[in-house]
Design a protein. Structure first.
Length: 116
């Protein structure tokens, strides 16, 4: 199974869980395929997690359109968010705002391209 297949399968599972929890408020999903991190613009890379290589696969509900947006983070942003969550679980940090703004703009550009 390729990394793309694993990501697609993970997105399907995340969407199913999110849809079960939020119902019709979440209408679909989309994956941000850029090779750059939506948190800082660096290249997305592998990270070490429990001694193994891993990718940081995440999702955000873009409420304006009811879309679950999947994305990957670079090692630096993923670690920044993990450290902050250990100190204050459930509290968003400024990096989250940057990620959400980047993803929202990317999704709107994607939709505009689809409409063209």
């Amino acid at each position: 199974m390729t990394q793309e297949d694993r990501i697609e399968q993970a997105m399907i599972e995340m969407f199913a869980r999110t849809h079960a929890h939020f119902g019709k408020a979440v209408k679909g999903y989309w994956f941000f395929e850029a090779e750059t991190c939506p948190g800082c613009g660096r290249r997305v890379d592998l990270m070490q997690y429990k001694g193994k290589e891993a990718v940081s696969l995440n999702a955000y509900i873009y409420r304006k359109r009811g879309i679950l947006i999947g994305y990957q983070l670079c090692n630096r942003c993923a670690n920044e968010i993990h450290r902050a969550a250990q100190k204050q679980p459930g509290v968003q940090i400024p990096r989250h705002d940057i990620i959400e703004k980047t993803l929202g703009a990317a999704y709107e550009a994607h939709m505009n391209q689809m409409d063209a």
